[in-house]
Design a protein around this ligand. Sequence first.
Ligand code: SF4
Ligand code: SF4
Length: 419
Amino acid sequence: MSKHKNLHDLEDQIRQCVKCGACQAHCPVFAEHKREPAVARGKIALAHALLDQDLPLDERFVADMSKCLLCGSCFDKCPNLVPTDEIVAAARREIAERRGLSNFAKVVGQVVKRPGLMKIGLKGAGAVSRLLFRKVPQSSGLRLRFPAPWIAPDRVLPEIPTQTFRDRHPQFIPGGEGRPTVAFFTGCMLNYMYPQLGDALLKCLKFLDISVYIPPDQGCCGLPSITAGDGRTVEELAERNLAAFSQGEPHTIITACASCNIGMGRHFASLGERQAEIGGRVRDALVVLEREGLARKLARLPKKEQRIKVAYHDPCHLRTQGITKEPRALLRALPGVEFVEMEGADRCCGLGGTYSVYHWETSKKIGDRKAPGIEKSGAELVATACPGCMMQLQDIITRAGLPQKVVHVLELVARDLPE
Ligand code: SF4
Ligand code: SF4
């Protein structure tokens, strides 16, 4: 039996929508489409109609339900805290159960369930990288040379690393005696595409004498399959992560990816009691580092003469959990950084997992709204706390012809730490 809540289980929450429309002003998709089915209120009305069997599950319904980033911005601002992202995810599972998964969702499911396949794919792409991709000089990213399914030809992709993060580090790295231990949930983008972010996190933990355990059998957080409506894959991945993080002491589990944080925190926790216990221990790395006094320690280091101007982009999956102060506190404390607030820092970048694959043109429009704020800030770097946002922001910046590079806050912190 499925552990997921279906639309019937969410009926009370669906009925809590009072149709006030407060969500409209905060929905990035509605800002582009200006159609009621694009916003939370419209999606909840569709879910309601489906429950009452007033509506066929036709192409139009499927298309309307696919137009959501699951960013949580509406939930954040809703007076009744209607969990639209959960309701949309349940509607997508219902669609998949009745009509079958899309081909893209099937491929995503196969890939995220098989870490070995991801590694082989990465190695293969790395080996023929020059043949498949061309460099984008202004961003140090890559673009496809040939058309490929589900990847827009004008999309900037990160360079392909030669080794995954988990392959280049031991399972346990001891810190100081009497100091805390954390377990690290690496997530796929960090492990396979941005291993340097994990290296930066390890350097920060070492500076604070914190021990770190990296469970080798951990899997994907499941968010790509949640967005694709593939409930079975999500449950399989949850079983793997349950086993990987049930061993040993119940340490705090840290993530360095905003989407993994919501995937392993909120979504995983909704699948059962044991999952709730583990999900309840998930914290963003920047929150843990800040609480362990890293910003205070950094502020005591002598300021550098040459400081880089850095702006910060709030990933929706952290912002909607109220995690906005910690990344800024760390950036402000850095001796080599001059932090500048930018206009629209809290605006969604438009990635949204499968959303940017199905709705690339709208995803680009949502993202492009960030460009003026980045330009006006005068920052040389845009820092954020999510590998997915990093990829999307670099794409936005390159398309706008701006000079900025995108980095993770952890990379800047690690760069300024004494050796
Ligand atoms: S989802 Fe919330 S904010 Fe939007 S119309 Fe319903 S009650 Fe209002
Ligand atoms: S989750 Fe985001 S994209 Fe989806 S309806 Fe809410 S605000 Fe709009």
